[in-house]
Design a protein around this ligand. Structure first.
Ligand SMILES: [Fe+2]
Length: 227
């Protein structure tokens, strides 16, 4: 099975002036496409990977295969988080959860901004729903992604330099500030509703006697990389 580069949900110049067409052409057309191409080359060489979905690869693989599969997933998710001219803000149910877990929508956004701005090196910042059903702001290094350790992503900001260097040079804070104007709150709110509906917080406190706990322990102990 060949993995394919997703279609962008907007025109390449639709996010200007916050993100230029040139940035999209490099970020989507070179970097994102490159991860898809490298993953396909890896799958072609290893029949064990044949037929596995991106999510299955992210959850089961390590090393280079994990890196490419996770970067495909992360970028697919990132592009869906962006939309031109969405000013609606979070849904009422998401807003209520942000107030519950951060005190206010503004506090949640401020924590997200600070987390993104202070991420060392390359990585991602996320608003996620954790396994206790609580909203959390978190960051992951390089290709790592919350689905690897069981959290459900609702929103992400790519803070690899390739996401902003053409438009903002080394001013990551300016990128994050403008990036907020592009957030597709409808998508984020739908992710929240879906996560709640599927009751992702079904895993209670782990002990050493169940396969799922062994799996979670293995993920958290071995592969999770965060700063
Ligand atoms: Fe990226």
């Amino acid at each position: 099975m060949q993995h394919t580069l997703m279609e962008l949900p907007f025109a390449k110049d639709a996010l200007e002036p916050m993100l230029s067409q040139e940035t999209i052409e490099y970020h989507y057309g070179k970097h994102h496409a490159g991860y898809v191409k490298k993953l396909n080359a890896q799958v072609e060489k290893d029949s064990r990977l044949e037929g596995k979905t991106i999510l299955e690869l992210v959850k089961s693989e390590k090393g280079g295969v994990f890196n490419n599969a996770a970067q495909v997933y992360n970028h697919d998710f990132y592009w869906n988080c962006l939309v031109p001219n969405d000013q609606k803000g979070p849904s009422r149910t998401l807003e209520d959860a942000m107030v519950r877990d951060f005190g206010s929508v503004e506090n949640c956004m401020e924590e997200f901004t600070q987390t993104a701005a202070t991420l060392f090196g390359s990585g991602w910042t996320w608003l996620s729903l954790n396994m206790e059903g609580k909203l959390v702001v978190e960051k992951t290094c390089n290709a790592n992604t919350p689905i690897r350790y069981g959290n459900v992503p609702l929103l992400t900001c790519d803070v690899w330099e390739h996401a902003f260097y053409i438009d903002y040079r080394n001013d990551k804070a300016a990128y994050i500030n403008k990036w907020w104007e592009l957030v597709n709150w409808e998508f984020v709110s739908q992710n929240f509703d879906q996560a709640k509906k599927e009751d992702k917080n079904y895993i209670g406190p782990c002990n050493d006697n169940t396969p799922v706990c062994d799996y979670i322990d293995e993920l958290e102990g071995g592969e999770r990389v965060s700063t």
